[in-house]
Design a protein around this ligand. Structure first.
Ligand SMILES: Nc1ncnc2c1ncn2[C@@H]1O[C@H](COP(=O)(O)OP(=O)(O)OP(=O)(O)O)[C@@H](O)[C@H]1O
Ligand SMILES: [Mg+2]
Length: 337
């Protein structure tokens, strides 16, 4: 997100000087599917590498089934990765015991897409927000918990009195604010937001995005912001990673990626949605894409995008283009210059 005069993010968060808060390295999550006689390997996440710096918003975009949620869950070990590494401030998360991981997870919290499914219907808003303090007892002393719940509700733009309400009384946007307050309760440094507004009415989406941007600036929080909506991503992201069939095919600053998309897939996404004011859903932009293994050449040979790519040549069928390194890499044999 662009810096503002109220921006308290660490200096260098947006320009690359700060060390990575999170480093994801060659992460894999494969699922074995199908009946015993016809086992198939579905490469939901297939060698993903990226950094998230303190205070930075990294957006992850891609079609349905490209592996965004699995990536989010795997880096938090909500599903176990089948390969690769995740370092949080240099600490190898995949080497931690279950207890150590639970402790570490206080720094990395998640907000899910569906605020109806993610809040327990028989717990009051106050109970939902203070839930994690039962496990992490040192975060807020009991005597201060009520005040802290009230402060968290105010922070997400809800009246303090909501603490005694049940989620069924709340609108979708209000519920998502509660989910955000819950995610903030342990004072995390990184929020993983998996389509945080896409289940909400369009009119409500902007309000919740506003809350998220305000918190990002005020608290210096880093975000992994997963979204289908290219226009929203343009508004919120410092950097963008474009996923295609379990892999990152292009990454760079939002400015670079929107201004000079290098990968034909990114170009196709952007050319189909030039400067629209409304939400642009990637699944509407490129219809016909099918998720995961079924979507075409998802194996290890060649470029997975080649069957849809206007630039494809012989080499694309035989050699897999790697993402490479640098400020704006793309996994293509013929990237735009
Ligand atoms: N537990 C599982 N078992 C088998 N396959 C799975 C499992 N979870 C996800 N997948 C598959 O992995 C692929 C990636 O799914 P994922 O939910 O990560 O995609 P996504 O990019 O988040 O999609 P969406 O935009 O629809 O949320 C899909 O083909 C999905 O069917
Ligand atoms: Mg998803």
């Amino acid at each position: 997100m662009p810096r503002t005069e109220h921006d308290t993010r660490p200096e260098g968060a947006a320009d690359g000087a700060a060390p990575p808060l999170l480093r994801v390295e060659n992460l894999h999550r494969h699922f074995v599917t199908g009946p015993p006689r016809n086992r198939k390997v579905l490469r939901a996440v297939d060698g993903v590498t990226f950094d998230v710096r303190a205070g930075e918003c990294l957006a992850v975009v891609g079609e349905s089934g490209s592996g965004k949620s699995t990536l989010a869950r795997a880096l938090m070990r909500l599903v176990e990765p089948t390969g690769g590494s995740v370092y949080y401030k240099g600490r190898d998360l995949l080497a931690l015991s279950g207890r150590e991981m639970r402790e570490e997870r206080r720094n990395i919290q998640m907000v899910f897409q569906d605020p109806y499914a993610s809040l327990h219907p028989r717990r009051t808003v106050g109970d939902v927000v203070r839930e994690a303090w039962r496990v992490h007892k040192d975060v807020v002393p009991k005597a201060q918990q009520e005040d802290r719940v009230a402060a968290l509700l105010r922070q997400v733009g809800l009246p303090e009195a909501y603490a005694s309400l049940y989620p069924s009384r709340l609108s979708g946007g209000e519920r998502q604010r509660v989910a955000i307050a819950r995610a903030l309760a342990l004072r995390p440094e990184l929020l993983v937001l998996d389509e945080p507004v896409s289940a909400l009415d369009v009119s409500i989406q902007a309000q919740v995005v506003h809350v998220l941007m305000k918190l990002h600036a005020e608290l210096g929080l880093a975000y992994i912001f997963i979204s289908h909506d290219l226009n929203l991503v343009r508004l919120v992201a410092d950097r963008v990673a474009v996923m295609y069939m379990g892999r990152v095919v292009e990454t760079g600053t939002a400015e670079e990626l929107y201004g000079h998309p290098a990968h034909p897939y990114t170009q196709a996404l952007l050319s189909a949605s030039p400067g629209r004011a409304t939400a642009v859903d990637l699944d509407d932009v490129l219809p016909g894409a099918v998720a995961g293994e079924a979507s075409g050449p998802a194996g290890t040979v060649g470029c997975p995008y080649r069957t849809r790519c206007p630039k494809a040549r012989d080499i694309c069928a035989t050699e897999r283009p790697e993402l490479g390194t640098g400020a704006h890499p793309s996994a293509c044999h013929f990237p735009a210059g």
